[in-house]
Design a binder for this molecule. Structure first.
Ligand SMILES: [Ca+2]
Ligand SMILES: [Ca+2]
Ligand SMILES: [Ca+2]
Ligand SMILES: [Ca+2]
Length: 212
C-alpha cells in the first residue's frame, strides 16, 4: 500500500512537472519583408498570467549553428492574460517586448528559434531547412524545419507573408498572406490565410444563393 502511494505521488509530480514546462510555445513568425525588415516579430502563446522567471527566447543562426540573439522574457513579469506574448520591433501591433528595430530576425536559409525555460529548451523550430545548434541551451539539438517559409521579394501585386501555427498553440504551420506589409496577427488569434477564408466565404455565399 505504501509502495502504491509512493508510485501515485511520483506520477502526480511527473504530470505536474510536464504541464508546468509546456505552457508556452512559438506561435507565429514574420522574419522577412519586401525591402527593409522593420516589422519582424515572434509571437509566443501560452497560459495567461504564468510567471516568466527564467524564460528566454533565443535566435539561432543556421549558418554555423550558434545563437545570435537572446531575449530575456522575464522582464515582462508574466504572460499577458490573453495568452499572446509578442517580441518584435516598435512598429509591430500589440508588441510586448521591443528588442530590435530592423533586421532582428535572420532570413535563413536555414535559421532557427528556441524557447527556453530555466536553461532547458521547451520548443524549437527552424525555417528554410534544418540544422544542429552549437552552444547554449540548444547545443547539439536538431532544429526541425516547420516546412513553410516567409519570403522577401514579392513582386508587384504579390502578397506579403507571415507564418502561423493554426490553431493557436497546437496546430500545424501555415502561411498567411495579405497586401499589408505585415499580414500576420501579432497579439491576436491566428487565422487561415485570406485565400482560404475567401473560398470559405464564397462557398457560404453560393449556399445562400441556392437556398433562395
Ligand atoms: Ca529578417
Ligand atoms: Ca542565418
Ligand atoms: Ca513576411
Ligand atoms: Ca497571432
Amino acid at each position: 500500500m505504501k509502495a502504491m502511494k509512493l508510485i501515485l505521488a511520483i506520477a502526480a509530480v511527473a504530470v505536474f512537472a510536464s504541464t508546468a514546462n509546456a505552457s508556452l510555445v512559438i506561435n507565429e513568425l514574420d522574419y522577412d519583408h519586401d525591402g527593409t525588415d522593420d516589422q519582424e516579430f515572434v509571437e509566443l502563446f501560452g497560459t495567461g498570467g504564468e510567471d516568466l522567471t527564467g524564460w528566454e527566447l533565443i535566435l539561432y543562426n543556421g549558418n554555423g549553428g550558434a545563437s545570435y540573439r537572446t531575449v530575456d522574457l522575464s522582464t515582462l513579469g508574466t504572460v499577458p492574460m490573453d495568452g499572446f506574448l509578442v517580441v518584435g520591433s516598435a512598429l509591430v501591433a500589440n508588441v510586448d517586448i521591443i528588442d530590435w528595430t530592423t533586421n532582428g530576425v535572420q532570413n535563413g536559409a536555414p535559421d532557427g528559434v528556441a524557447l527556453v525555460s530555466g536553461g532547458v529548451v521547451q520548443d524549437l523550430l527552424a525555417y528554410e531547412g534544418t540544422f544542429d545548434g552549437v552552444g547554449g541551451p540548444a547545443d547539439g539539438m536538431t532544429f526541425p524545419d516547420i516546412g513553410v517559409a516567409d519570403h522577401p521579394d514579392p513582386g508587384v501585386g504579390d502578397p506579403e507573408l507571415a507564418l502561423q501555427l493554426f490553431p493557436d498553440g497546437v496546430g500545424t504551420w501555415i502561411v498567411t498572406e495579405g497586401s499589408a506589409r505585415n499580414p500576420g496577427t501579432p497579439g491576436a488569434p491566428n487565422t487561415p490565410e485570406p485565400a482560404t477564408m475567401s473560398l470559405l466565404l464564397l462557398g457560404g455565399g453560393l449556399l445562400l444563393r441556392r437556398r433562395r
